[in-house]
Design a protein around this ligand. Structure first.
Ligand code: FAD
Length: 350
């Protein structure tokens, strides 16, 4: 069982920054995310887009902001349960919680911060009979570990950046890469399309368009696919089928946790600390709602900060909390020079 002070559900920017604010208060965090990597929408939907409204950054690529957040929280050594979705929650008599994921991993925490954004991202699955039977038996909706495909035959389907980028990357890993798309034109970045064409010419990728995978065969695992190419049918032998058709967000199991939900978002007390109707469970970032809510990264950062203060006060009853500037305290508490600096700041304020 994993134990922590604050269990954060969602490794988007809000969840990541919550680790930093909690760390300043010496609270330990563990994060669960259904995706294989941190960053939430920024990593999954727009890693190469510049964001212009992060204070202090005239422009920052979404992917770089995630890298910086990860760097900023490294010092507090948060734990991660990635590629697993928080599914059930149980409140114990002492007010603590046990959250279990869809893969059975149990987490025990003193407080829960749901930073689930638009909900967990579910892969869009192609409409192929029996595809569920082959999931984890040759059908993969994410590339979690490229080494799985080393020296194997793989078929990737899709026309966006994920399908193109993974085809390019895996051309050096797999023994045989086939990319199938139902149109001749791709939606992904032009330079990736050009690279795929180059690899096709070099014989490293087999490109089949316009075409669609219509069936899967194999007794125990994927062995071959039926492909419809411009009206004609062909069978392709393969070890893996990787449909990369994008992800759709769903509130999922969290909707059954007894929380007040309004229009697919969790209602919180924004006058105080972003707590939900269940004491000890907070909701921060895009997933919450309150009058005047704005779904912006900087609002998530603010909400994460107040949530951490509230958890600190709950876990340390009677202990007076004094706001400390990081310029004075640093991130690991006071040292001699910082104490001196603080005195000067206090003097200056007085
Ligand atoms: C194209 C685009 C451009 C944008 N541009 C801007 C911009 O310029 N400025 C700005 O401020 N905002 C922008 N946004 C909005 C911004 O991305 C969101 O406000 C921000 O991502 C919210 O962060 P979050 O951490 O609350 O949620 P998210 O980023 O959505 O992260 C939530 C995470 O929670 C995980 N999760 C959910 N449920 C579960 C569960 N049950 N178990 C495990 N994990 C779970 C998800 O997998 C996800 O990784 C943009 C959004 C898009 C789509």
């Amino acid at each position: 069982m994993i134990t922590t002070d604050i269990l954060i559900i969602g490794a988007g920017p809000t969840g990541l920054f919550a680790v930093f604010e909690a760390g300043l208060l010496k609270l330990k965090c563990h994060i669960i995310d259904g995706l294989p990597q941190p960053g939430g929408q920024l990593t999954e939907l727009y890693p190469k887009k510049p964001i212009f409204d992060i204070p202090g950054y005239p422009s920052v690529l979404a992917g770089d902001l995630v890298d910086n957040l990860m760097e900023q929280i490294k010092q507090f050594q948060p734990g991660f349960t990635l590629n697993e979705k928080a599914e059930t929650i149980k409140k114990l008599e002492d007010g603590t919680f046990i959250v279990t994921t869809n893969k059975g991993t149990e987490h025990h925490a003193k407080a829960i911060a749901i930073a689930g954004g638009l909900g967990s991202f579910e892969p869009r699955k192609p409409l192929i009979e029996d595809i569920e039977f082959y999931e984890d038996k040759g059908v993969e909706y994410f590339v979690k570990d490229p080494e799985l495909f080393r020296d194997k035959k793989i078929v990737i389907a899709g026309g966006g950046d994920s399908a193109l980028d993974w085809s390019i990357f895996l051309a050096d890993v797999a023994s045989h890469v086939t990319l199938i798309h139902r149109r001749n034109e791709f939606r992904g970045a032009l330079d990736s399309v050009e690279k795929v064409q180059e690899l096709k010419k070099a014989g490293k990728i087999q490109l089949i368009t316009p075409a669609e995978v219509t069936g899967i065969h194999g007794a125990e695992k994927v062995e071959a696919l039926d492909v419809e190419i411009d009206g004609a049918h062909q069978r392709i032998e393969t070890d893996y089928f990787i449909p990369l058709f994008g992800l759709t967000p769903k509130l999922g199991a969290i909707a059954n946790w007894g929380l007040e939900i309004e229009k697919n978002a969790i209602k919180v007390n924004n006058a105080l600390d972003y707590q939900t109707n269940v004491e000890g469970i907070y909701a921060i970032g895009d997933i919450n709602t309150y009058p005047g809510k704005l779904k912006l990264i900087l609002c998530g950062f603010h909400e994460a900060t107040l949530m951490c203060q509230s958890v600190y006060n709950k876990l340390n009853p009677g202990k007076k909390y004094v706001l400390k500037y990081t310029t004075v305290s640093g991130v690991d508490g006071f040292d001699g020079t910082r104490k001196e600096a603080e005195k000067q700041v206090v003097k200056a304020i007085e």
